[in-house]
Design a protein around this ligand. Sequence first.
Ligand code: G3I
Length: 325
Amino acid sequence: PPNLPALKSVAPAPFGTAIKAMQIDDPDWVALARAQVCQLTPEWEMKMEYVLADGLDRPRFDRSDRIAAFAARNGMALHGHTLIWYSQGAEAFAGLSGAAFDRAFDGYVAAVAGRYRGKVRSWDVVNEPILDDGSGLRDCHWSARYGHDGYILRAFEQARAADPDAVLFLNEYNQESVPAKGIQFLKLVERLLKAGCPLQGLGLQSHLWIDIPEGAISTFMREAAQFGLPIHVSELDCTLRTENRLDLRGAGQRTALQTARVRELAEAFTALPAAQRFAFTVWGLRDTDSWYRQGDKDDGRDRPLPFDGAGRPGPMAAALAQGFA
Ligand code: G3I
């Protein structure tokens, strides 16, 4: 679609993208980001796996500091991702138990959230606590010690103490595409709020599938909005695959489905009260930046993001502009 307006200028809230530190060295990426977004989410380098790769006592902040400086230099907000999740990084806690484990857990959240106090607008304090089938909460290194709700409460309390100004989010995926998971997410939010958890925002990652039934996306958005908390569409992409198989027979029909789902998401977000429209983030700008392009499943034909490899707006960018109008 020729001369589409900049997405940050038509979005009804700050429009963001995931960022990898190495993209700061890609002038094409920088030009596109400056034109299109006003918020950034580190895709990997602010996660425990990167920060603690050299061990608990030698945290690495070089790349997250670089991203934070880039955001500040370019007048872009920074959304921290993510303090505590079930995946990637617990190895650094191996062998710790009891009070030593508590000191390490509390100390990690305090160190990272404290370091970026005044630099981040918000945090994904806890990421993806719910089992993929929605039958309950994941068992993980953290739940083993503190219980399923317990580690979440603890993480939020530590984050609150370290940064009283950041908006604190619980972030999850497939709430719209797996109804049981959506229900479990809403039940968890209700329990946390009742327990006095300083939970201030809900992250709907929105890694969409083209075979999500029409209406499911907007229905979940409305259900999530009932808590009155800010909503962050935090990781939008929409692969043209189905069942994890890259099969683009009828690519035109797949693109039409992608357009319908992305437009439904953008319309549902736009329909929220202004106070609940926190931000709308795509999980990368160009198809070639997508995590779907990491690994062997890709044959270069998927189009999960708004722009093509050359930074030209594609069908998803048009769907977003339509949905935001
Ligand atoms: O770049 C390093 C390389 O130097 C190193 O040799 C190699 C060895 O491990 O790792 C490379 O880093 C990889 C990184 O992506 C590159 O940006 C990590 O291995 C790899 O695990 C990491 O994958 C990220 C993944 O989360 C796991 O952290 C993806 O980029 C990122 O898109 C994906 O994002 C997640 C969200 O955090 C949560 N929601 C789902 C979403 C998609 O899975």
